[in-house]
Ligand binder design. Structure first.
Ligand code: CTP
Ligand code: CA
Length: 225
């Protein structure tokens, strides 16, 4: 079979990707999380690796195999992901925040399993740190790409997030739409950067990841030259 020579525009570049959900403990046997499968982040890791990059995946709990040739650091909570991301990002050229980070964690994690008692119970949640915003505010910052999970006004909310978090680029998906979003194999993305945008129509997450890595590479080269 005839194989095309691979183009490796990211050779020598260090790409860090957060992926999957985070788990926020309630007590020793329970947690709060979300439906993120990690598939998009892992597909991005594969695409970046295929483009020649040294890839580090900072992964929440997922049931996916580590892509060939990628380094993987497993974390559970948003705070663990935050700490790891800040360490790794200082030596990264490109940082892609694909993880579905829990916005809140349980304020007071019970040391023992909570026993049931009343008909109702309350958990007090506190805000988690914003990982991608923290990376984008580093003095020596990498090129920073975020995602935006929206159910309405996708473009407006996504562009607003890009500005608020000082991102170089944002990839928005409509998680309310049946053909995109969480825990499915296909997706569609609307990508925005300071002076442009591009729609990546519905495709497999791997195809989208390949296209997104191409877009990121172009903008990254544009910004660093
Ligand atoms: N993100 C992050 N740390 C958080 C929350 C989100 O790094 N604590 C990142 C996600 O990985 C994603 C981007 O921020 O790249 C946007 O996530 P999203 O949940 O869409 O936005 P939020 O800023 O959390 O706002 P909201 O959920 O209220 O829409
Ligand atoms: Ca959020």
């Amino acid at each position: 079979e005839h194989l095309k020579p691979q183009s490796t525009p990211l050779t020598g570049k260090r790409v860090t990707i957060t992926a999957g959900p985070t788990q926020e403990a309630i007590d020793p046997v329970r947690y709060i999380s979300n439906y993120s499968s990690g598939k998009m982040g892992y597909a991005l890791a594969r695409a970046a690796r295929n483009a020649g990059a040294d890839v580090t995946l900072i992964s929440g709990p997922v049931s996916l195999a580590t892509p060939q040739g990628c380094q993987r650091i497993d974390v559970k909570s948003a705070r663990q992901m935050h700490q790891t991301a800040l360490e790794v990002a200082t030596r990264s050229d490109i940082f892609i925040a694909c993880a579905a980070v829990a916005d809140y964690r349980v304020g007071d994690i019970a040391e023992q399993k909570i026993k049931k008692s009343n008909e109702q119970m309350q958990l007090t949640l506190v805000r988690n740190p914003d990982i991608v915003a923290a990376v984008a505010s580093l003095a020596q910052r990498p090129f920073v790409v975020g995602f935006a999970a929206e159910t309405q006004d996708v473009a407006r909310y996504a562009k607003d997030k890009m500005q608020r978090k000082h991102l170089d680029m944002i990839a928005a998906n409509n998680v309310a739409s049946p053909d995109s979003g969480f825990n499915v194999d296909e997706n569609a993305l609307q990508v925005f950067w300071a002076d442009g945008e591009k729609t990546l129509p519905r495709a497999s997450k791997q195809q989208l990841a390949d296209q997104l890595i191409k877009l990121i590479t172009t903008q990254y080269q544009h910004e660093t030259n």
